[in-house]
Design a protein around this ligand. Structure first.
Ligand SMILES: [Zn+2]
Length: 170
């Protein structure tokens, strides 16, 4: 899933533990893997190099396309931070800045750790990468359908936020 979705859902998950920042962060990290397991659309990174037979050899090449990919990811993360802060403060998803930060960072960190694995290829990043690959949906058909993909992602987020709001009001 895109980082915007991960940040929003991360904050919703973190809000379940308003006075436990460490638990809030863990819940946000867990939400990342759960959301990635659902078939979804992702934007393409031009510097991404995938090896279908040996996914441990996947890479993000720091070459000519890297800067434009970096901008894409940066805008995505920024948008996610703004959108989730907005939800956090205006839709009653929590009260403390620490929980907001735990939610955003926990929600997006598994994807950042993938990049760390690509550049260092060492533990514990390797195991985390294997876990990420294992939990990530292998359904690729949505890749070509950007409008359906984004709509589905908005729908998924909305349903999860509604569910989170409902659970918090119980
Ligand atoms: Zn991911």
């Amino acid at each position: 899933m895109i980082l915007t979705s991960h940040a929003i859902i991360g904050v919703a998950a973190a809000s379940a533990f308003p006075s436990h920042p460490a638990l809030a962060f863990s819940a946000a990290v867990a939400s990342h893997y759960i959301m990635d397991a659902i078939p979804h659309w992702d934007y393409k990174l031009l510097s991404s190099k995938e090896d279908a037979d040996a996914p441990l050899n996947n890479d993000i090449v720091v070459g000519k396309n890297f800067l434009s990919d970096f901008k894409k990811v940066f805008i995505d993360a920024l948008l996610g931070s703004i959108a989730s802060s907005f939800l956090f403060y205006f839709f009653g998803f929590g009260h403390s800045m620490l929980i907001l930060i735990a939610g955003i960072s926990g929600g997006i960190i598994p994807d950042i750790l993938q990049f760390v694995y690509f550049k260092f290829r060492k533990e514990p990043f390797k195991s985390l990468y294997i876990f990420h690959l294992f939990t990530h949906s292998r359904y690729k058909k949505l890749k070509q359908h950007i409008v359906a993909g984004i709509s589905l992602q908005i729908l998924t987020i909305s349903l999860i936020l509604l569910l989170a709001k409902y659970l918090m009001s119980m």
